[in-house]
Design a protein around this ligand. Structure first.
Ligand SMILES: [Zn+2]
Length: 436
């Protein structure tokens, strides 16, 4: 009996061990099976993508910004070459995405090897032992999923003010942007961009640029090329409600925002008549999940989804953001040190496309002019920022218009002719205005 029992126990133990080993082997096999669940076709596609990207990047490497972008869920990985205007041992660039998303810089290099770098605020200082004018930065941006101008929400990527861009100098002095929850702490020279994006083939890439698409297996490679842009905005979405309406030779794309088409056309007509021509082939109007009411980018505007319920407000907001294409975009302004210049001017101008004269109480008060000496960081609250940099400054420009009469438009037109794709500082504005 004892021997039989022993045999039975040993048999059970062996049986159990075999079963456990079986389960273990099964788990091992199935986990390997998932991690190696890439077919030969996929490997081939991925090699083809690398080869294709390399061939494209090799011949298009002279743009000011050349970026290779890919996604892994909410992480945007970017390898970016920046071609600076001037060569130097120490180069400065702006990590614009720092203001709205966590950004980690992995490596900075040049053709001669790795370079050392440090970041103060959003200013990246790059130094090496040789004079360099072209550097490559590898970095990751971790996107949140909340309301923001740089976010991954509802399977859509909203990528704005996200690329690293060269430092801007005013009379040889570097302008130093900083993080700010107020306003737009960004400043850009006009630049040319060449961007390659690898994303799932079900996603469409929207950007104010010449676009080329290539399908490789489950992926789509989109190539974007544009010139004379400040920032470079991109929206990536599964084919959403997009309507294209051409107006005055401009292809205007409305992403879930076609109800603003009348306002957009009116603002463009007003600006083209009174300031100067819209110089890009396309323009994007995006209804976006943002906390601000609206936001301007080169060739694109975001209008908050929360503002579509009030038609009167939506109209003024649309005018405001469209007119930023001229003051901020085509004619650059220093949004760090003189935020009132583009905000005040655009707030005032957005009263005009409907014709007639501005009659709101806004234009009957006395402008305090406190805004003149305030940089973005000098404002202590949102309320104060809007009161001074928008309203008081708008009143200031209204008074200039009243004084100059129709010469006001001659002034704007002269500024456009001289400063298109350049920077307009307030001192420049004053000197132009003194001629009228
Ligand atoms: Zn604005």
């Amino acid at each position: 009996m004892k021997k039989r029992l022993l045999v039975a126990v040993v048999t059970i133990i062996i049986f159990e061990l075999t079963a456990v080993a079986g389960v273990f082997l099964y788990m091992l096999f199935s986990s390997q099976n998932t991690s190696f669940n890439i077919s030969n076709a996929d490997i081939k596609a991925s090699e083809d993508i690398d080869k294709f990207k390399k061939s494209k990047l090799n011949v298009n490497n002279s743009h000011d910004i050349v970026a290779d972008i890919q996604f892994s869920k909410n992480i945007v990985s970017i390898t970016q070459t920046i071609n600076f205007d001037k060569a130097s041992k120490t180069l400065y660039a702006y990590v614009n995405s720092d203001n709205t998303a966590e950004t980690s810089i992995k490596k900075v290099s040049s053709s001669t090897g790795d370079l050392s770098f440090s970041k103060k605020g959003s200013v990246l200082e790059i130094s090496g032992s040789r004079v360099e004018s072209s550097i490559t930065v590898e970095y990751d941006i971790t996107l949140g999923s909340g309301r923001s101008t740089l976010t991954h929400m509802n399977n859509r990527y909203y990528l704005t003010n996200f690329l690293i861009t060269p430092g801007v100098y005013k009379k040889d002095v570097l302008i130093r942007p900083y993080k700010s929850t107020l306003g737009d702490p960004y400043i850009y020279n006009s630049m040319s961009y060449y961007i390659i994006i690898k994303a799932d083939k079900s996603l469409d890439v929207f950007a104010p640029a010449q676009k080329e698409e290539h399908i490789f297996g489950a992926n789509k490679i989109t190539i974007l090329e544009a010139a004379n842009m400040r920032d470079f905005p991109i929206v990536i979405a599964e084919s959403s409600s997009v309507s294209k309406i051409s107006h005055e030779g401009i292809d205007i794309f409305y992403i879930n925002s076609s109800e603003t088409a009348g306002y957009v056309k009116k603002a463009i007509d007003f600006a083209q008549k009174n300031i100067g021509k819209y110089p890009y082939p396309s323009f994007f109007v995006v209804k976006a999940p943002i906390t601000q009411n609206g936001m301007e980018f080169s060739g694109m505007i975001f209008l908050s989804d929360m503002c579509f319920g009030n038609k009167d407000y939506l109209k003024t907001l649309t005018y405001h953001e469209v007119l930023h294409q001229w003051f901020y975009g085509i004619i650059g302004t220093d949004q760090i040190n003189e935020p009132f210049l583009d905000e005040g001017l655009v707030t005032y101008l957005s009263e005009l496309p409907d014709g007639g004269h501005p009659s709101k109480p806004l234009f009957s008060g006395i402008s305090s002019r406190k805004f003149l000496s305030r940089a973005l960081s000098d404002y202590s609250s949102r309320e104060e920022y809007y009161r001074l940099a928008y309203n008081d400054s708008a009143l200031y420009f209204y008074n200039i218009h009243k004084k100059l009469g129709n010469n006001f438009y001659k002034l704007l037109n002269k500024i456009y002719e001289d400063k298109k794709f350049k920077m307009l500082y307030f001192e420049d504005f004053l000197s132009y205005a003194s001629n009228y």
